[in-house]
Write a protein that binds this ligand. Sequence first.
Ligand SMILES: NC(=O)c1ccc[n+]([C@@H]2O[C@H](COP(=O)([O-])OP(=O)(O)OC[C@H]3O[C@@H](n4cnc5c(N)ncnc54)[C@H](O)[C@@H]3O)[C@@H](O)[C@H]2O)c1
Length: 416
Amino acid sequence: MRVDDRVHFCPPGRLIIGAGSRAQLPALVARLGYRQGVLVTDTFFSGHTPWVEEYVSAARALGIETLVFDGGAPDPTTTLCDQATAAIRAALDGHVPDHVIALGGGSNIDLAKVLCITLPTGRPTHDFVKGLSPSDRPIPFVALPTTAGTGSEATPGAILVDPENATKVAVMDNSLRPQVALIDPEFTYCCPPKVTADAGIDAFTHAIESYLTLDSSKFDRAGSADPGYSGRSSLTMIFAREAISLCARYLKRAYDDGADIEARTGMCYASLYAALSYGSAGLNAVHGIAYAVAGATHRSHGTTNAVMLPYVLAELAGTRAEELLDVARIFGIDSSDPGHAIGELCGQIRSLIGAVGIPTTLKKIGIEKASLPSLLEDALGVTRLARAFPVPDVKAAYARILHNAFEGELGKSLAV
Ligand SMILES: NC(=O)c1ccc[n+]([C@@H]2O[C@H](COP(=O)([O-])OP(=O)(O)OC[C@H]3O[C@@H](n4cnc5c(N)ncnc54)[C@H](O)[C@@H]3O)[C@@H](O)[C@H]2O)c1
């Protein structure tokens, strides 16, 4: 508890977790009174797993019809969202479905979130990038994540590539949070190592970034009565801390051995707990700069976050030393010399990123030195994230982070 906290905590409507829990879904959907749904996925799941067919036939036996749309793709664009809207509306011949289900990683979940708001009217995705109005009523949403993970099943936003923008854009509103988030760890067992690494580092980044972010008492809600993100609180920090601890224990294990069921399950909890933290607290510089790096390199979300993470943490040694020392202790680092411990933590995290096959400098992912100023401008342009970075001079801090991430400079002993 912290006396000055201003908690505005927004979890999904229902959270279901457990190996094999997908078998409960048809009866739950029937119980909720839904009868005509759209299941959004991609061809990996429709073609190479039994899960789509199993669900559709079990739901049909209970009187629920489901249209399968398997045109999902990694990092959905606003164009894909509009094409999917048109295709599904045509296939349903004017009928608006009463629920949307997403099966897949963050990409399919985000595409489905957008469809919840575009399918009723056919309006273009761009109409919702600036926010939803009270009269916009999204279709109820059920999220079945297959990666661990983005945590999109517990957040208010869909993150999209916009062909007209250098960085990613978001469609965001608390009404887009799922009615049901069902986490069946068995969905993640077939994740290949690259997806396991990217998604795992994404979850770790969510946990640590939201643990260190701006306090809820200082967060600018821009007058919103129902903010999607509102800064860290003692409540979000409980989830963040547990997620960091689970990632320290299980991320590398899940990458090394995809058949390690305890590690797979541990990472599912880590991903969800991280989302229960950042899904209300919000994020800052790692994601803000990573969106710009993703725009420039088209590398995956997990990779672009991972490459920035150690350098952002090093920059926070001055303003978030206490919390960084908490994290250092979780990693088994002796914290008696704070500067050394934080340097050691940043180094260990960078080694972990390298050990799961992700590049550890901007140079290594193909950024040219000459493009650092435009990256800085694009990153600062994601103002909702820049404003939440808890340092006195965000522009100077972002410039130092970009320089260090390009050169791979990580002081072993940091000024605290
Ligand atoms: N909305 C949010 O709150 C939020 C948060 C973080 C990230 N994101 C977005 O999520 C996306 C990244 O999602 P992701 O990391 O989950 O990956 P992804 O959804 O992009 O999937 C990557 C690939 O892995 C495959 N895949 C997924 N699960 C699999 C499984 N169990 N077995 C085999 N293959 C599998 C997919 O078919 C796809 O080809 C990015 O676009 C990012 O912007 C959204």
